[in-house]
Design a protein around this ligand. Structure first.
Ligand code: AMP
Length: 170
């Protein structure tokens, strides 16, 4: 199945100059969703991953499904102020300005094997911040898995030393 055929390209969203890779058109297709989860999960089956960490918000959809498939738990990383209990915050640089992500401070236990999942690896800032949060809690980061990697933005450069996997590359 050609997953790329099901991904909608939306020019100038959320702002001028950005080509947005819209996966809602892939996920609404039962076979598309299944194949996506199959391909994202396969490298991690039998790898003793304890928890999948998904990044808000499309990382919740994909990460939750991957966690179920590989028999791991699921932990959300969210935008500031959304998590109900005490949280650890990581601030990171955007092209213009700064952003932040949070994780519950008791979410990952020291030594747990963690897989981070998100839909798109672009500049890598979001993923690098998520990796920092996992490590600050003492998690052992096994790898990071993305449905889509935007090669021109070289996000991997911000994840040196980490095992990075992507299903589709553009
Ligand atoms: P970055 O921190 O630049 O790697 O951006 C990654 C985050 O922004 C991910 O959570 C993506 O969901 C989202 N993102 C960045 N660029 C795009 C894009 N062109 N299409 C869809 N989502 C994107």
């Amino acid at each position: 199945m050609d997953l790329k055929k099901h991904i909608r390209h939306v020019p100038d969203f959320p702002k001028a100059g950005i080509l947005f890779y819209d996966i809602t058109t892939l996920l609404r297709d039962p076979q598309g969703f299944r194949t996506t989860v199959d391909l994202l999960s396969t490298p991690y089956a039998g790898q003793d991953i304890d928890v999948v960490v998904g990044i808000e918000s499309r990382g919740f959809i994909l990460g939750g499904a991957v966690a179920q498939r590989i028999g791991a738990g699921f932990i959300p990383i969210r935008k500031p102020g959304k998590l109900p209990s005490r949280a650890l915050k990581e601030i990171y640089d955007l092209e213009y300005g700064k952003d932040a992500l949070e994780i519950h401070e008791d979410a990952v236990h020291p030594g747990q094997r963690v897989l981070i999942v998100d839909d798109v690896l672009a500049t890598g800032g979001t993923a690098a911040a998520a990796a920092q949060l996992v490590k600050r809690l003492g998690g052992e980061l096994h790898g990071l898995a993305f449905l889509i990697e935007l090669l021109a933005l070289n996000g991997k450069a911000r994840l040196t030393g980490e095992q990075v996997y992507s299903v589709l590359q553009y």
